[in-house]
Ligand binder design. Sequence first.
Ligand SMILES: Cc1cc2nc3c(=O)[nH]c(=O)nc-3n(C[C@H](O)[C@H](O)[C@H](O)COP(=O)(O)O)c2cc1C
Length: 189
Amino acid sequence: MEKSLKKILVGITGASGSVYAYCFLKELKELDIPSEVIITKAGEYVLKKELGFSLGNLKNLCLKVYTEEEFYAPPASGSSNYSAMVVIPCSMGTVGAIASGISRNLLQRAADVMLKEKKPLVLVVRETPLNVIHLKNLLTCAEAGATVFPASPAFYQKPKNLEELINFFVQRLSFFLGLRDNLSNHWQP
Ligand SMILES: Cc1cc2nc3c(=O)[nH]c(=O)nc-3n(C[C@H](O)[C@H](O)[C@H](O)COP(=O)(O)O)c2cc1C
């Protein structure tokens, strides 16, 4: 698909690592790719706790920010026109909800819609260690068509600071989604 036809739905949950969501939204903006955000209540709490940010800090990086209660919003519908959804960071609670198809909030419903419409759903999961329930739920999501893309940044490009580490990770994510043609620092033996 042409880059100009893409619109990415970004889900932000209450897993640790709100900085991944922030840097991914900045990456999309730099690539000139429109995005919309759904953030859960726990996501809002962690965003505040980890980055000192409120929803206002996200609003200038995307077209729209939805809260989890807006169950009637466009992402809830199969006729919405998102080319992919990325849940970043993705909590084990949300993984469990997606795996069981319960769709109790807008983010979970939007993920369910992506799976039923056979569109890309990428889960940037963050938890450690993982229990057997987490592992089974992740397998269920993967079998249903989601991509499990753990928030495990690489070190082979020798990042000088946290920003470089996270930026390389989000570039790797947009490369995976076909939103960028190359990576600034590919692995070379
Ligand atoms: C500071 C903080 C960090 C958290 N980190 C994680 C995490 O890394 N992974 C995870 O699965 N849950 C984590 N949680 C727990 C989730 O926020 C909690 O399960 C929440 O209900 C998830 O809801 P949501 O998936 O609707 O956002 C964390 C909670 C807090 C307060």
